[in-house]
Design a protein around this ligand. Structure first.
Ligand code: ADP
Ligand code: ZN
Ligand code: ZN
Length: 732
């Protein structure tokens, strides 16, 4: 009897065998294809599982197997390549397959709902309806209106009638009279067209020609182009190339906030069905976008990280924009890198993968150097504007106002007076990072984390930026009852206040996850800025992600020192990317740009490197250091983490893991730890970690399998959780 091997949503890293549902013949069961959804009993629950394979028999006796309850799909909704991609990801990231496969399905389908095709129902006139004399239905104005609409078009979408105020009852009575009949509309085929593109400059033309040449099958291409070099224009040309071949294109961008701007550029260029996939949409909208990718009616699918798992009918190319961005790595649960999965997907679906960035990750630079990726360079800005000049300002002994020294205040003033826009970068939300009692020294700390609470004055709250805890801003010190509470340090809210009073009446816009929480906030802001009126933009990290602010001519980093002293081995890379990206917002149009970095450490080598070298050169120097240390991307890392209710449990678990693994470690691998995590206590849990290094991807995979197989046999105390992170991005 054939056996169904299923991926079942559960934390167990196993595949599960079932008998076919009652009433299914062996031949019927044997013909089932991987990817179909199957309802099955699991423990005391009924779950939606995913068929991975039909096997002739199971290692378990068939008397011990349960029967599946129901086959939910006639045919798989996703292609074999997507099933393979999920299985590969489950194995690479050591994550339960039953928690990976759902990523390829839209939410209602994960819950076992029946698959619904897009609303392509339509109505058309019957021969009798066509022959109806004019005025025949004049006694029923609604029916007459419906008829009039149908006389103008061959088949009319059902949705069109409700928009026109024609109810389904009206349509039903017309059908009963034999005047109209139901129909379906075909999904859009090759409808996409594009408007006149810009004339490519010679660099772009060279890159586009070379990419077109490679676009017939799988390859990975790294497009390294300085900020404003016209990478997006290169994407647009290649997308047009794919659309002409009737292929669909999947594009990943790092942030929801970027979608309106990117979408706008695509919509201007293409007369095409462009759908958007990200977590900020309603379930209904997301389902429609997912289905349009799957059934082939969407030409362009634009999405954030999780869209890498969206099924696409005729995938022609995957673009990962701002490929260095850390938001492509999921940091909890299924810890995958959408960029790396994109490359695997391109291989399985035989299409080109294009990674673009002004500041590529060292991973991608390394892969290009090792000839796994092809490398393309756009060395200068497209519109003829110059890259901005960078200057460090020593603020030692200077008096500061809300973090700004006199020289910077002057520059801001001059820029505004000259009619240009200013962008100030401060990577700290809230009013101040510390609340302190002046009389006894008490400091407001989070109850659950090893961290201070941030003062959010406008909301009247103290908030923890690590666990989200929040409480009212106290008026008195809880230990000595003094009311002499003071804030220390600087956040965007405070600097905003200062800028408003200092530079009134010029407008000040604060851009952080607090002020941009509303759905259209970023879109509205960008439209406002496009008018080009002088103003000040003050923001966090959020400002650095690819946004295009054409008339910003001065960019200043208020506190560059906070980026200088990172403990993470990626610290220097991250800082170089951040500063290059922030600086890159300057001088994109005709006005030449200037970047100012305020620092107490003007001679710091990492800062000097940024002042003296372009990112491309600096990054390759950092890479030499990484290779010498055997750190990623030259070597591989894995992290095993625990969190537990007390200090010892997690560390003991990792210690037993280490003891058992040590004698069986694959060659080229070693273990470091267990150690407390950098922030040991977070959201009330104590965290520990065991780091694993490996000198090759193969060794890394072998040691990952070994550690997981041991960890699964170790006793786990109640309240403790462990996880594995393959290619972690936050390490120290
Ligand atoms: P990137 O994505 O590399 O940051 P963009 O594609 O956003 O760069 O281009 C930066 C600016 O240069 C945009 O205003 C764009 O319209 C303009 N641009 C790009 N390519 C050309 C070109 N070939 N000719 C004229 N302007 C161009
Ligand atoms: Zn006190
Ligand atoms: Zn906290």
């Amino acid at each position: 009897m054939p056996i169904l091997r299923l991926a079942i949503p559960s934390p167990l890293r196993n595949e599960f065998d079932y008998l076919p549902p009652e009433g299914w013949s062996d031949a019927q069961a044997a013909a089932l294809q991987p990817g179909i959804r199957v309802r099955a009993p699991f423990g005391r629950r009924e779950v939606t599982g995913y068929l991975l394979a039909v096997l002739p028999d199971s290692p378990l006796a068939s008397t011990r197997l349960k029967a599946a309850i129901e086959i939910l799909d006639q045919k798989p909704l996703i292609k074999p390549a997507m099933v393979q991609l999920c299985q590969w990801a489950a194995s690479y990231y050591q994550h339960p397959p039953g928690e990976v496969l759902p990523a390829a399905f839209s939410h209602p389908l994960r819950k076992g709902k029946a698959h619904k095709a897009l609303g392509n129902a339509a109505w058309r006139l019957t021969t009798r309806g066509k022959g109806l004399p004019a005025g025949a239905l004049s006694r029923s104005p609604r029916q007459a209106l419906a008829l009039e609409i149908l006389q103008q078009q061959d088949a009319v979408p059902a949705s069109h009638f409700s928009n026109e105020g024609v109810s389904s009852a009206v349509l039903r009575s017309l059908r009963e009279k034999g005047l109209i009949q139901a129909d379906t509309l075909a999904p859009a085929g090759m409808a996409a067209t594009h408007r006149e593109p810009l004339t490519l400059n010679p660099d772009q033309a060279r890159v586009v020609a070379s990419l077109k040449e490679s676009s017939g099958g799988f390859s990975t291409q790294l497009l390294e182009g300085v900020t404003g070099s016209g990478k997006t224009e290169v994407y647009l040309h290649l997308i047009a190339h794919c659309l002409k071949k009737n292929q669909q294109v999947l594009i990943l961008i790092p942030e929801i906030g970027l979608t309106p701007q990117t979408l706008g550029r695509f919509e201007q260029r293409f007369d095409a069905n462009i759908v958007v996939l990200h977590s900020g949409l309603t379930e209904q909208t997301r389902y429609k976008a997912w289905e349009a990718g799957r059934d082939g009616s969407a030409h362009i699918i634009l999405g954030t990280r999780s869209a890498i798992f969206a099924p696409v009918d005729r995938l022609g190319m995957i673009i990962v924009d701002e490929e260095h961005d850390s938001s492509y790595k999921q940091q909890d649960g299924f810890r995958y890198s959408a960029r790396d999965i994109a490359v695997k997907r391109g291989q399985l679906e035989n299409c080109m993968v294009l990674l673009g960035s002004a500041t590529p990750s060292l991973e991608s630079i390394y892969n290009a150097k090792e000839k796994r990726y092809q490398h393309h360079l756009l060395p200068s800005r497209a519109g003829g504007s110059e890259l901005p000049s960078i200057q460090a300002i020593d603020i030692r002994k200077q008096s500061l106002q809300a973090g700004l020294g006199a020289a910077l205040i002057d520059s801001v003033e001059q820029t505004l007076t000259a009619g240009h826009q200013v962008l100030l970068f401060l990577n700290r939300r809230g009013y101040a990072p510390t609340l302190q009692c002046h009389d006894c020294g008490w400091i407001a700390e989070c109850r659950g984390c090893d961290a201070r609470l941030t003062v959010h004055r406008r909301q009247g709250k103290l908030r923890c930026h690590h666990c989200g805890a929040s409480q009212a801003l106290p008026r008195q010190c809880p230990t000595c009852h003094s009311s002499a509470l003071m804030t220390a340090g600087l956040g965007t809210e405070q600097t905003e206040e200062f800028l408003r009073s200092k530079f009134s009446p010029w407008p000040v816009y604060r851009v952080d996850s607090d002020s941009m929480a509303k759905k259209d906030a970023m879109h509205d802001l960008v439209s406002e800025l496009m008018k080009g009126e002088p103003c000040i933009l003050l923001g966090t990290q959020m400002l650095t992600k690819g946004h295009h602010f054409p008339t910003v001519s001065l960019v200043a980093i208020i506190d560059v020192d906070s980026a200088l002293f990172s403990n993470d081995f990626r610290g220097e890379e991250r800082m170089a990317q951040l500063l290059t990206q922030v600086g890159g917002r300057a001088g994109r149009a005709s006005t030449p740009g200037k970047v100012i970095l305020q620092t107490h450490y003007p001679d710091h080598p990492a800062l000097q490197a940024i002042l003296q070298k372009p990112y491309a050169e600096h990054a390759r120097e950092i890479l030499v250091g990484r290779e010498a240390m055997g750190m990623p991307p030259a070597g591989k890392l894995l992290m095993l983490r625990t969190d537990a209710a007390d200090v010892d449990t997690g560390e003991q678990f990792l210690q037993s893991l280490r003891t058992q693994a040590q004698p069986r470690l694959p060659p080229g691998t070693s273990l470091i730890g267990p150690l407390p995590s950098p922030m040991q206590r977070r959201a009330g849990k104590f965290r520990s970690q065991l780091m694993v290094t490996a000198d090759s991807p193969k060794a890394a995979q072998a040691v990952a399998r070994l550690l997981v197989s041991i960890a699964e046999t170790l006793p786990v105390r109640r309240g403790m959780k462990w996880s594995i992170d393959v290619d972690p991005i936050d390490v120290f």
